[in-house]
Write a protein that binds this ligand. Structure first.
Ligand code: ATP
Ligand code: MG
Length: 447
């Protein structure tokens, strides 16, 4: 932003009784970069006001568009506020001077265009953002747009283009097709490129709003979905494997904030699975403000299960214990559901019979966003979201301890219940809960 400060006025507005009904602070922007910032408040029992007048000149914004949020009817303002707040937090300390809401869009005003690369990464990580772009704001004057295009478009830099104008401010004297024609001719003359409406190398967008004209070129696609936090909280059972981080990512994309629960058999095995879970939680933590990883010990439970039950049922019994503990942690942390990375039939513990027997211990819904996906599809997603390289590092996973060659694939509930009747289930669960260590993981973007 190439702004100029034009004046500051301060003054006394009255005694302790409000002379002004409004208190607070706010920006008010006008076409041409003009604006003022007002503050009204009380200091030492005296009501004061402050007015700062400025001209922002050409401003650079990141314009964020949503898709699904537009369909939310009466709740739309609530979702938009939530997204704006998430964007504000995610871009803290990255040179964003203001976050503002327009019609079906959110704008982030950049202090300086050089921060764009950094802001781009952070905006892309905010779920709810469908696409976004860097836009320059000018007063409503096509002459200024021509100057800007002259500065930015190199002759021969592209062979074909199209103009896409949206006239949001119907008071603007030309229609969108008229603007497209006039500016299209100008760009043809400037660059020698030809107009191609169906498959252009470059699209030049003009969005005519009451506050000014936004000029932008490329859109960056993002993930869409809902802003994290809008759907409530879930507890993700996070192993160090490939699947559960992908499951977590999908639930976060649907607006859930996630807490992570990892079971480990330390000191029966080394700490490698704990380290992987922690690294994965940090990576996923880019999508929310703050993450918490609960590290729950499973070794005592495993020792009892190994001694007292037949090998074919071990994994199933571990799973039922894990779910009981995860549910207790979820309840304590205000989560409403549990998430796992299971996919139907992928391994013996994930047959429908076994899933049904495991689910019986929980009252909370157990969500399995990957249930209908093939392993290769999940691997592809893990690569895209960046968790794959961490997931494939070798580790000593708790569930690989003393696993039999032929685990039960068609578990029967009465059998499982009879086996558990010989174990001090409640005490073992309480003991594990007492040994839980909570790791705090602030967002890497926290300002
Ligand atoms: P993943 O790749 O997520 O480890 P997987 O294909 O290895 O899955 P399993 O080991 O059977 O499958 O685990 C199924 C699900 O159970 C996991 O996706 C995860 O949600 C949960 N789970 C398994 N082990 C652990 C663990 N040590 N801590 C927390 N959750 C676990
Ligand atoms: Mg696993």
């Amino acid at each position: 932003m190439t702004g100029r400060l034009l004046g500051v006025v301060g003054g006394l507005l009255g005694g302790t009784r409000p002379a002004w009904p409004w208190r607070g602070r706010g920006f008010f922007d006008f076409p041409g970069g003009w604006g003022f910032w007002v503050w009204v408040g009380v200091v030492g029992g005296v009501q004061l006001g402050l007015l700062v007048v400025y001209n922002g000149g050409v401003k650079t914004h990141v314009i964020v568009k949503t898709h699904e949020l537009a369909l939310k009817g009466k709740n739309r303002p609530w979702f938009m506020r939530r997204l704006a707040e998430n964007l504000r937090l995610a871009t803290g300390g990255a040179g964003v001077s203001r976050v503002w809401q327009g019609q079906l869009m959110i704008g982030l005003t950049l202090e300086d265009e050089s921060r764009w690369a950094e802001v781009r990464e952070r905006v892309r990580d905010c779920f709810g953002v469908a696409k976004f772009f860097l836009a320059y704001e000018f007063p409503q004057d096509l002459g200024l747009i021509r100057d800007a295009l002259r500065e930015r478009l190199a002759p021969g830099g592209f062979g074909s283009f199209r103009m896409v104008t949206n006239r949001g401010d119907k008071r603007f004297p030309m229609t969108s097709p008229e603007v497209n024609r006039e500016m299209g001719r100008f760009v043809e003359g400037l660059t020698g490129a030809r107009v191609d409406l169906s498959n252009p190398e470059l699209s030049i967008y003009l969005d005519i709003q009451a506050r000014g004209i936004l000029l932008y070129f490329d859109e960056t696609p993002a993930y869409g979905g809902l802003p994290v936090g809008a759907s409530g909280r879930v507890a993700v059972m996070l192993s160090g494997g490939i699947d559960s981080p992908v499951a977590a990512w999908h639930m976060m994309k649907r607006g859930c904030s996630a807490l992570f629960v990892h079971f480990h058999s330390y000191p029966l095995v080394d700490r490698s699975s704990i380290e992987k879970a922690s690294e994965l939680a940090q990576l996923l933590g880019r999508h929310q403000r703050h993450s918490e990883l609960f590290l729950a010990p499973l070794s005592e439970i495993q020792k009892r299960v190994i001694v007292e039950t037949p090998p074919s049922y071990r994994v199933l019994l571990y799973r039922r214990f894990m779910l009981r503990i995860a549910e207790a942690l979820a309840q304590g942390a205000g989560a409403k559901a549990i998430v796992t990375g299971e996919s139907c039939g992928q391994v013996s513990s994930q047959t429908l019979d076994n899933i049904a027997v495991v689910d019986r211990v929980a009252v909370m819904p157990v969500l399995r966003p990957l249930i209908g996906l093939n392993k290769e599809e999940i691997v592809g997603m893990a690569r895209n979201i960046g968790t794959f390289p961490i997931s494939i590092q070798p580790d000593q996973d708790c569930c690989s301890l003393f696993v039999p060659k032929h685990p039960e694939t068609r578990a029967r509930l009465p059998v499982v219940e009879r086996l558990e009747a010989g174990l001090p289930v409640a005490e073992l669960v309480a003991e594990s809960l007492a040994g839980v260590v909570r790791e705090q993981i602030p967002s890497p973007y926290a300002g």
